[in-house]
Design a protein around this ligand. Structure first.
Ligand code: PNW
Length: 442
């Protein structure tokens, strides 16, 4: 059966972005400084020494970008709301002008018949809160709940899916343990406390939003991989199991079982987070959906290090991440097997960075990206056939944008962005996705 026929008529198809990566207008209309604005100033933090001051200038090109999204034929658009636009310091007064922008965005989507999928935290925490300890401080949890309620009060009636956090693992581990992402802290004890506070704020926000009469589906987005042992040797199997505990079960166990995994806790020892009575029950309340971001698998050996796929001659993207669609099926089937109460699953990000060496007179002929998308969509279909409750799929990303520590050097877009002129040009992959969706609609 052809690929598009394997998806039901109510399947959600989208493209995704995030505020810091595309908006620019970093200090307009009263927006406060975010931890990423600050981090970009740190020498050596960003590969091309760039920042988010202009990015794709989406803030000033909203109508053009809404038309672009509509031209793809998607029925959903996933974006994020920059907290420091809505509340400059993360505490104190809200800035009504900040939400004006997102109101124009959700109304523009509605007019075009496209569902709005909004994420409240895609990493751009107000620097004012970081100055008070950031996610390591339990008070930030309550500040987040206030912010979430404020957004819902103004826009909730027009948002199909509201996500608390994008990829708490990245915030905790890359931001607070490895220090390669904002806020650039290198402390495992802080990182695990950050992960607990992110989960707790997710749970408390879900409760508060529901008490306020939420009309949107509520959930969280996790970056998950498929952790597999390099060989059948017991030490490799144990390494893969522990990596899965820290990378996946550390988040999915609290959300679906109400506890942290014992093996990860034992491994953390004194670096385990402080958990107060009642926290785990708050975290474990049922969600309307789980968002999963998938890019690659991780092959683990006894040393604990993942395989270097490129050195082994395996297919990789421009991030040097192995291209392995079967890992997506394995991951999704694993979630279903591990959690009988698994919520409907949306792939909220999937896609590849590929070098921009295929620019031709007619545009960008990114056949490697088309292959990536087609094979991963097929992997979703396969998981669905095996009983995983799949509800949607969103491509990362709508357009080339600020790829965090890689700056503007890595391009994930199905639409090309010329960073001199800021012109948007759909790549061949955008044409492929549009045709795929046309076939699916029939
Ligand atoms: C995700 N890792 O980030 C984010 O949600 C996006 O904002 C980002 O642009 C996209 O994936 C591509 O990188 C991740 O190193 C960054 O494991 C790094 C990792 C995972 C996800």
């Amino acid at each position: 059966m052809s690929l598009h026929r394997q998806f039901p008529p109510d399947f959600v198809w989208g493209v995704a972005t995030s505020s810091f990566q595309i908006e620019g207008a970093a200090f307009e209309d009263g927006k406060g400084e975010s931890i990423w604005d600050r981090f970009c100033k740190q020498p050596g933090a960003i590969a091309d020494a760039s920042n988010g001051h202009v990015a794709c200038d989406h803030f000033h090109r909203l109508d053009e970008d809404l038309d672009l999204i509509a031209s793809l034929g998607v029925n959903a658009y996933r974006f994020s709301i920059a907290w420091p636009r809505v509340q400059a310091n993360g505490y104190g007064e809200f800035n009504p002008k900040g939400l004006d922008f997102y109101e124009r965005l959700v109304d523009g989507l509605k007019r075009r018949g496209i569902q709005a999928w909004a994420t409240l935290n895609h990493w751009d925490l107000p620097q004012g809160l970081q100055d008070r300890g950031g996610w390591n401080d339990r008070d930030t949890v309550h500040r987040f709940v206030d912010y979430a309620r404020h957004v819902q009060a103004r826009l909730g009636d027009r948002i199909a899916g509201l996500t608390t956090h994008n990829e708490p693992w990245v915030v905790a581990t890359l931001g607070n343990e490895q220090g390669i992402f904002a806020p650039g802290i290198k402390d495992r004890k802080i990182a695990t406390q950050v992960s607990h506070h992110l989960l707790l704020s997710h749970g408390l926000a879900m409760q508060a939003l529901r008490a306020d009469g939420a009309k949107s589906q509520l959930g969280i987005v996790l970056n998950l991989s498929s952790w597999v042992p390099a060989t059948a040797m017991p030490a490799d199997i144990a390494a893969a199991r522990l990596a899965d505990a820290h990378g996946r079960r550390w988040y999915t166990d609290p959300l679906f079982k109400g506890s942290y995994p014992e093996d990860a806790l034992a491994d953390l020892g004194a670096d385990a987070p402080v958990v107060q009575a009642g926290d785990m029950e708050v975290i474990a309340q049922p969600m309307d959906y789980l968002g999963v971001n998938y890019y690659t698998r991780a092959v683990m050996s006894a040393s604990g290090e993942a395989w270097n796929a490129k050195a082994r001659g395996l297919p990789v993207s421009d991030m040097d991440w192995e291209i392995y669609p079967q890992g997506l099926t394995d991951l999704l089937v694993g979630l279903k097997n591990d959690y009988a109460n698994l919520a409907p699953v949306y792939i909220t990000e999937n896609g590849g960075a590929f070098p921009d060496n295929q620019i031709q007179a007619g545009g960008v002929q990114d056949d490697d990206r088309i292959d990536y998308l087609r094979t991963h969509i097929a992997a979703v279909a396969s998981a669905m056939q095996q009983g995983v409750p799949m509800a949607g799929y969103m491509v990362w990303s709508l357009m080339d944008n600020f790829e965090w520590a890689s700056g503007y050097l890595k391009r994930f877009g199905i639409v090309h962005v010329d960073y001199d002129t800021l012109a948007r040009t759909p790549k061949a992959s955008a044409d492929w996705y549009r045709q795929f969706l046309r076939d699916w609609r029939g």
